[in-house]
Write a protein that binds this ligand. Structure first.
Ligand code: DHB
Ligand code: FE
Length: 279
């Protein structure tokens, strides 16, 4: 059976792509953000994943407002990035792990998550930038399965539902007949609001409480409905649902391996965590 090696959760701000392209990692603005990553690279050397299951939210590249699945799973042989208008370089294509894609789709539908299966799919900055942070060479050593959760167009799935989705994905990965080592990635958040009267809103107290909860009380955030999450984390801060799904995939108990938190990157509170299933 496949082995779930752990989860990495991170923000996915487009400006990261520009910082990478311009080699600004040691620039005073960027250093506190990029300094969070070498421990993740050392952990990846030990964890040696073959496959990454990536919980992320598409922002309009693959799904637009006319067709917006709540949950979508990629089942493509290859995933390409494209220009989203942020002025950041495109990254090399990702190879899909189609056997795991179809295994997940079957297991999720069996578990009554009526997912949209996507045999063609582009992946946006929420997928590509975290991958580029994990693997700076961009010679991707893992195959991928994208799992897309709508946080762009209301109504959004609840925190409780996203937690349950993550649990079902974790169970399915562990039941996958393969000797692959599987990494789960959750991208988005933490608190940010890009538009409206509260543009620029960041809530450090909430973010730190949320990160702590993932280690010791992972269902904590499921007490909040979407309106409460928007109030606490900002309209786009609800992207923390990806973190919740990724955490849930690890099972009941985890060990925290590493974390970093820095305010702000662009308009966003950037967070980073590495967790392993507890022995
Ligand atoms: C920013 C953050 C996001 O999560 C995103 O998808 C786009 C932009 C930002 O802070 O600039
Ligand atoms: Fe985003």
């Amino acid at each position: 059976m496949a082995h779930l090696v752990g989860a990495v959760t991170t923000s996915h701000v487009p400006a990261i792509g520009r910082a990478i392209a311009k080699n600004l990692q040691d620039d005073p603005y960027w250093k506190p953000f990029f300094a969070g990553w070498p421990p993740v690279h050392r952990w990846l050397e030990r964890a040696r994943p073959d496959v990454a299951v990536v919980f992320y939210n598409d922002h309009g590249l693959n799904f637009f407002l006319d067709k917006m699945p709540t949950f979508a799973v990629g089942a493509a042989p290859e995933y390409r990035n494209a220009d989203e208008g942020w002025g950041i370089p495109q990254v090399p294509a990702f190879r899909g792990e189609q056997d795991l894609s179809w295994h997940l789709i079957e297991a999720l539908v069996q578990a009554e998550f009526d997912v949209t299966s996507c045999q063609e799919m582009t992946v946006d900055h929420a997928f590509t930038l975290p991958m580029a942070l994990l693997y700076p060479s961009q010679a991707w050593p893992v195959k991928v399965v994208p799992v897309c959760i709508n946080t762009v167009q209301f109504p959004l799935p609840s925190a409780k539902r996203c937690y349950a989705l993550g649990e079902a994905v974790g169970e399915a990965v562990r039941a996958w007949k393969s000797d692959a080592r599987v990494l789960v990635l959750g991208t988005g958040g933490l608190s940010h609001q890009l538009d409206g009267e509260r543009a620029g809103f960041i809530n450090k107290d909430f973010d730190l409480a949320f990160m702590e909860s993932l280690l010791h009380d992972p269902r904590w955030a499921t007490q909040f409905d979407t309106g409460q999450l928007v109030e606490k984390a900002g309209t786009q801060g609800v992207e923390l649902l990806m973190w919740l799904a990724a955490r849930a995939a690890l099972g009941e108990r985890v060990a925290g391996v590493h974390q970093n938190y820095h305010i702000p990157i662009s308009n966003t509170a950037s967070g980073l965590m590495v967790m392993e299933p507890a022995a």
